[in-house]
Design a protein around this ligand. Structure first.
Ligand code: 2AM
Ligand code: CA
Length: 262
């Protein structure tokens, strides 16, 4: 398959970058604030993205990089027409700083807008979730089974409780019946990790109202490969050039959840 070498390289790079992050939680992590005290970036976010940028430039100089930290500047391209790496060097930076766990590297590859490859790596648990379109999804070396349908009453649903207080994206009261009718609510604090966990059934659905392409690029590939759902809250395809509302779930469950937002 033509993407196999790229897939193998990306997994090897991610393993190495993850080991580096795992070591760095022992050290003092210097924090900078981006837009507020809850929007963080560290030297490690930048270094890790830089690491990928160098590897990609070396092996695939014609590819583009859509990264959270904007390491590669002055790129002028159309996402739908090019080969693009979508990278979040640390998803869950707040967890990286405060918990020293529950953060991941999220790396995806899109070819002319088509989701091709996704890797989500939790370096503390040493759990790598990965998929190549049409070739199945894996957790480390083990193939993940296709997702079964599920219902809300048996489901663990993930969302940030931030969305239940007044905000400019959603009427938080719409989440109340979901809280009432689900088996339970969970939130880890890393969008990519929430999606990775859906793939192996640790949670059943994840709702968000303002995610960026790099938070979800890899998760979309992995979930789709397993028959899961990955759309906007209203069921449309996610626009990889913008922030969007998102609903990720095992099959069927998204339809049940969506009813509460009509
Ligand atoms: P990050 O850690 O890469 O910033 C935390 O609630 C989850 O939402 C994380 O996956 C975080 O990604 C993501 N997120 C997206 N936009 C955010 C924002 N403006 N502020 C905080 N977290 C954001
Ligand atoms: Ca990040």
């Amino acid at each position: 398959m033509k993407y196999n070498p790229l897939y193998e390289l990306a997994k090897a790079w991610t393993k190495e970058a993850g080991e580096n992050l795992r070591k760095s939680v022992q050290e003092t992590i210097e924090v900078e604030f981006k837009t507020s005290a809850s929007d963080l970036v560290t030297k490690k976010d930048r270094e890790t993205e830089q690491y990928y940028a160098e590897k990609i430039k070396q092996h695939y100089p014609e590819h583009f990089i859509l990264g959270e930290e904007g390491t590669v500047q002055d790129q002028d391209y159309e996402f739908e027409k090019e080969k693009v790496w979508v990278i979040d060097p640390i998803d869950g930076t707040t967890n990286f700083v405060n918990q020293k766990m529950n953060f991941v590297i999220s790396v995806a590859f899109y070819d002319e807008g088509e989701p091709v490859m996704g890797i989500i790596y939790d370096p503390i648990k040493d759990e790598m979730f990965h998929a190549l379109k049409g070739k199945g999804a894996y957790m480390n070396g083990e193939k993940i089974s296709r997702l079964r349908e599920g219902s809300l009453k048996e489901a663990l649903i993930s969302f940030n409780s931030f969305w239940t207080i007044p905000n400019d994206k959603v009427d938080g009261k719409k989440l109340y019946p979901i809280i009432e009718n689900a088996r339970g609510i969970r939130y880890i604090g890393s969008a990519a990790l929430e999606i990775a966990w859906i793939s192996i059934g640790r949670i059943d659905a994840y709702i968000d109202f303002r995610l960026s392409p790099w938070d979800i690029g890899a998760g979309i590939v992995i979930l789709k490969e397993l028959g899961g759902e990955a759309t906007t809250l209203t069921g449309e395809e996610i626009d990889m050039t913008n922030t969007s509302t998102t609903l990720f779930s095992r099959p069927g469950l998204a339809t049940e959840i969506r009813k509460y937002f009509n």
